[in-house]
Design a protein around this ligand. Structure first.
Ligand code: HEC
Ligand code: HEC
Ligand code: HEC
Ligand code: HEC
Ligand code: HEC
Ligand code: HEC
Length: 294
């Protein structure tokens, strides 16, 4: 009995010595100590007070293992992976970017320009820097809580700084609550300014040679009402003002946390109708009943 107890306490003390060394050597906190916190569901992102201990979930003051701002990573592109990588992340909410979503296509020239942004100064960024932190504010600071989102989702209040937005308006954000009366489709338009609004409203677009006026499919903040049985849009009269679908109704991606990060269909389009670049009609006829087209 005594022997067994001794062995056990020996094992235990070795175990504690080892774990203590690991904890010391890493210089970080347990990265998930604030996971699923009922009081603050955004985990280590923000909510910093004199009684919390969150900074060290991500930054090691002296013994950081990466070169990027005392985190575990060497670049902005990798810094979220430790917790949010779809394959190896520790957090519950896991995402990844792919070429059909907001990941960079191998053919995309450097620097990348957000497709369908208006002139002057369409959103431009070096390919190597494009990633999570361009849409998300990791400390939940200077974020916006959009009217159709349950939380800020760490979305940046001003994702395309310096831009004269066509529709999105950060000055509508209540500075105390961070609440905006605007919805996600308006926020998306911050970098894709030509893609929002009524089909008769012109937007300035540089087509590679000259700046021209372009018009787009009606796109609104609220979703268009669809027939629950057929899936067709209930009111497709073009001239009743801007009552078109919102971005997500056409760019459905694959549901869940994947929107707007990744998709199996090109351009983040509806994989539910098996759309590809050569059968985009599949997207259109999911809402427009061909029998009732004029
Ligand atoms: C969830 C992980 C995480 C936590 C927790 C966190 N940070 Fe950060 N921090 C980052 C990342 C990622 C960046 C780089 C952000 C970027 O490039 O937009 C960063 C950048 C910074 C910077 C550089 C800012 C600049 O101007 O470039 C400072 C300073 C900083 N953090 C301090 C803190 C402090 C202080 C805390 C605690 C109150 C904290 N961080 C908590 C991940 C975190
Ligand atoms: C901070 C600027 C920014 C914001 C905000 C933004 N995008 Fe993008 N978007 C880009 C850039 C840059 C690209 C091109 C690079 C890429 O595909 O990742 C892009 C590409 C796209 C593409 C084409 C993808 C492809 O592979 O062809 C779609 C569709 C798209 N965005 C939709 C959206 C939607 C929907 C939202 C809102 C949820 C949104 N974007 C918000 C910058 C932005
Ligand atoms: C183009 C802008 C954009 C980029 C780039 C982007 N996100 Fe997001 N992310 C969003 C939007 C918008 C939402 C909210 C989507 C919704 O509510 O449907 C979101 C939601 C999330 C969520 C919450 C998911 C949930 O289930 O609540 C996580 C986690 C997340 N993003 C992490 C990341 C990480 C990690 C990266 C980089 C690998 C990244 N995001 C890149 C725009 C972006
Ligand atoms: C040390 C771990 C850690 C790192 C690193 C980290 N996160 Fe998180 N993040 C969490 C946890 C924990 C949550 C709470 C939800 C969960 O468990 O998935 C969370 C939640 C989120 C959410 C959801 C916020 C909401 O309002 O619902 C977003 C978006 C997000 N993280 C984006 C990022 C981005 C972008 C980065 C990189 C810049 C990043 N995170 C780095 C641990 C981390
Ligand atoms: C009515 C359906 C519909 C709605 C609503 C819609 N889109 Fe699209 N979007 C498409 C289709 C279809 C394509 C592919 C167009 C093509 O290949 O010519 C596309 C392509 C794109 C592209 C890629 C363009 C390129 O050159 O690669 C971006 C970016 C984009 N949409 C952003 C948005 C944003 C942001 C919203 C909301 C503000 C939105 N879309 C709303 C149907 C829609
Ligand atoms: C998610 C449903 C949905 C999808 C998908 C969709 N539409 Fe529409 N479409 C609508 C609605 C709703 C209207 C009526 C808008 C209004 O009332 O203001 C409309 C209107 C139109 C109009 C009239 C001009 C306008 O913008 O009002 C044209 C033309 C059109 N759609 C073509 C297309 C084509 C082409 C596609 C495929 C690329 C497509 N639609 C995909 C819902 C959709």
């Amino acid at each position: 009995m005594i022997k067994k107890g001794l062995v056990l306490s020996l094992i235990l003390s070795v175990f504690f010595a080892v774990t203590a060394t690991i904890a010391l050597a890493s210089g970080y906190n347990n990265p998930l100590q604030y996971n699923n916190d009922a009081l603050y569901p955004q985990g280590p992102h923000g909510g910093y007070t004199t009684s919390t201990n969150k900074c060290k979930d991500c930054h090691a003051v002296h013994l950081a293992t990466g070169t990027y701002l005392l985190t575990r990573a060497d670049s902005a592109n990798q810094v979220c992976d430790f917790c949010h990588s779809e394959t190896s992340g520790l957090a519950t909410k896991r995402v990844s970017l792919n070429t059909n979503g907001h990941g960079v296509d191998t053919n995309t020239p450097d620097p990348i320009v957000a497709p369908d942004d208006t002139t002057p100064t369409p959103y431009t960024i070096p390919k190597a820097n494009w990633g999570c932190v361009d849409c998300h504010s990791v400390h939940n600071s200077q974020t916006v809580k959009l009217a159709d989102e349950p939380s800020t989702k760490l979305l940046k209040a001003d994702p395309n700084p310096g831009k004269a937005y066509f529709y999105y308006n950060p000055s509508l954000i209540d500075t105390t609550t961070r609440q905006s009366p605007q919805k996600l489709a308006a926020w998306c338009s911050a970098c894709h300014n030509a893609n929002f609004g009524y089909h008769k409203t012109p937007k300035q677009y540089y087509n590679g040679t000259e700046t021209i006026n372009v018009y787009g499919h009606d796109v609104a903040e609220d979703s268009a009402t669809l027939d629950t049985t057929t899936g067709y849009a209930l009111n497709v009269n073009p001239d009743n003002g801007n009552q078109g679908p919102n971005c997500k109704q056409c760019h459905q991606a694959d549901g869940g946390s994947t929107f707007p990060h990744e998709s199996t269909a090109p351009d983040l389009l509806m994989s539910t109708v098996n759309s590809t670049k050569s059968n985009l009609d599949a997207v259109c006829i999911s809402c427009h009943n061909t029998a009732s087209l004029p």
